[in-house]
Ligand binder design. Structure first.
Ligand code: SF4
Length: 352
């Protein structure tokens, strides 16, 4: 690799037009914007940027054969059309991202924010990996770009892949700002959901910055003692404190948010669980998203039966708890909620 190649950025994603100009050493000021527009169209390389002079395209292609730093090493599609990609990062680490299509044919990119996760939620496969490292903003953006190449009409983003997004706050925000740029991907902030296990400092920061992305908080149970057993984060941020933070958040943002409730067989679906949930949401404008636990052989939980769920939801109806049921798309490829987990390094897995 010669000196010029060494000076090239690892990725062009996340750079503004003027930064692209500088990074590539382009001569004409408008060329930064031209390249940026092509990146938003999710082209594969400089050779597709047809409004750049041919000599420049060839020169840039030779210096920087890939526009980003990640590459797809595996792709799986299930019967619902959900597509899961495994991406190898520049250091050999592997992450996953998923493209989901709902019943209204709306396409959503489910993105990872970290390699692994430190939070250790016991119902989640990613939690078994531990934290390897935070993702950089461009590594988050590139997941979206890869999925956009598969489905150009992808309009929504959820940070529900690997990792706790609020534990990688600045890189996630940088990626969101880039993806929201009206001159670029132009994804509306209300089409972006951040899902957290309940990291209070991050929730307060969102409130302070007044960023109106959608918020989803993984509650799982409204029993404090039980929650500590299922989600270690509850030791540092118990339910009373979490509720205070959420009330503050709602006061600042003024929008409804979601509480994710993963239903675990014989654990959090009793009449008493429903009553505690009703009590927890009092005073907040929320919708509870009920998710039957997605099986993972290495974890100790089981999926509740249809009958168990019916008893629980009947009690929620009686108590007036607003809820929706999430149909688990992506389950067939371990791409559903809580199912993402990969070998720590591409060399350790069976991707190649
Ligand atoms: S549910 Fe989210 S926060 Fe909890 S271990 Fe899994 S990825 Fe981490």
């Amino acid at each position: 690799m010669d000196e010029q190649q060494r000076r090239m950025p690892k990725s062009l994603y996340g750079l503004k037009p003027n930064e692209i100009l500088g990074a590539l050493g382009l001569e004409k000021s408008y060329q930064g914007k031209q390249v940026y527009k092509w990146l938003v169209r999710a082209v594969d390389g400089f050779d597709e940027m047809t409004d750049l002079p041919k000599y420049l395209r060839e020169e840039l292609s030779a210096l920087m054969p890939a526009l980003g730093s990640t590459r797809i090493i595996d792709e799986q599609v299930d019967e619902t059309g959900a597509t899961k990609l495994a991406l190898e990062l520049h250091d050999g680490a592997v992450i996953e991202c998923v493209l989901l299509t709902d019943r209204e044919d709306r396409k959503t990119a489910c993105l990872s924010s970290q390699v692994g996760c430190a939070m250790g939620c016991t119902f989640c496969r990613t939690g078994t990996m531990g934290l390897v490292r935070n993702l950089l903003a461009h590594e988050i953006i590139e997941q979206f770009v890869h999925l956009r190449r598969i489905a150009p009409d992808t309009t929504h983003i959820v940070f529900m892949g690997m990792g706790e997004p609020l534990a990688n706050f600045s890189e996630v925000m940088q990626a969101i700002r880039y993806l929201h740029d009206p001159e670029g991907f132009d994804i509306g902030l209300r089409k972006i959901t951040i899902s957290t296990c309940g990291l209070i400092p991050g929730i307060l920061k969102l409130a302070e910055m007044n960023i109106p992305v959608k918020l989803a908080v993984s509650l799982v149970t409204a029993d404090n003692y039980q929650r500590t057993g299922i989600m270690p984060v509850n030791r540092a941020y118990p339910l009373d404190d979490l509720k205070s933070a959420l009330l503050h958040y709602q006061h600042a943002i003024g929008k409804r948010f979601t509480l994710e409730y993963v239903m675990l067989r014989n654990e959090n679906t009793s009449i008493l669980s429903a009553q505690k949930l009703a009590n927890f949401i009092r005073g907040m404008d929320v919708i509870v998203n009920l998710i039957p636990w997605n099986p993972a052989a290495e974890l100790r939980w089981e999926t509740p039966s249809a009958k168990e769920i019916a008893v629980f939801t009947k009690e929620l109806d009686l108590l007036g708890v607003p809820y929706t049921r999430r149909y688990s798309r992506g389950r067939g490829i371990n791409g559903a909620c809580g199912q993402l987990a990969v070998p720590r390094n591409a060399d350790d897995g069976d991707y190649r």
